[in-house]
Write a protein that binds this ligand. Structure first.
Ligand code: CA2
Length: 153
């Protein structure tokens, strides 16, 4: 069974409570419940983690080493600032898909650059809460494609 760690960065615990015009009306709990249901249907074991602290996010990524097959991450504002998160993802070498609720490329210029993109399998943004669902499917397909074909088949 594939094991996926979902990681949410700073302020994403505020989803659904503020700025619904940008980030939608769904709470993080609702998004996670839908993701868990999606993961169950795909036969994937899913764990979710959110923190406002950069160090705690690095710790979570490091803890995934040897324990998880893939990471689905919305690094929040750390996307645009954090060499530490980028280094952690590179260090563990776990295939990682970067997701964003909003389309960061059509927002302010400072959101256009992602430190994470260069160490991610790919990036999905702009689809609201659906970015997570699409990201999970893309990650699972990528992980399945990496699996060795059993001998004799
Ligand atoms: O679009 C995304 O998913 C972002 O990662 C969200 C980050 C932002 O800094 C990135 O540029 C793009 C911000 C998350 C803040 O979430 C809030 C939720 C409700 C109310 C206020 C902030």
């Amino acid at each position: 069974m594939l094991r996926v760690q979902v990681v949410h960065g700073p302020n994403l615990n505020m989803l659904g409570l503020r700025e619904p015009n940008i980030y939608g009306r769904q709470t993080l709990a609702t998004i996670e419940a839908s993701l868990v249901a999606e993961a169950n249907a795909l036969g994937v074991a899913l764990d979710c983690f959110q923190s406002n602290s950069e160090g705690a996010l690095v710790d979570c990524i490091q803890a995934a080493f040897g324990q998880k097959d893939g990471i689905l991450i919305n690094p929040g504002a750390y996307t645009h600032t954090s060499v530490a998160l980028r280094d952690a993802i590179a260090a563990v070498g776990i295939p990682t898909v970067e997701v964003h609720l909003s389309n960061i490329h059509k927002r302010e210029a400072f959101r256009h650059h992602s430190y994470i993109a260069a160490v991610a399998v790919g990036q999905i943004c702009g689809f609201g809460a659906d970015s997570y669902r699409l990201g999970l499917h893309a990650l699972v397909k990528h992980l399945q494609d990496l699996q060795p074909i059993p001998a004799g088949s």
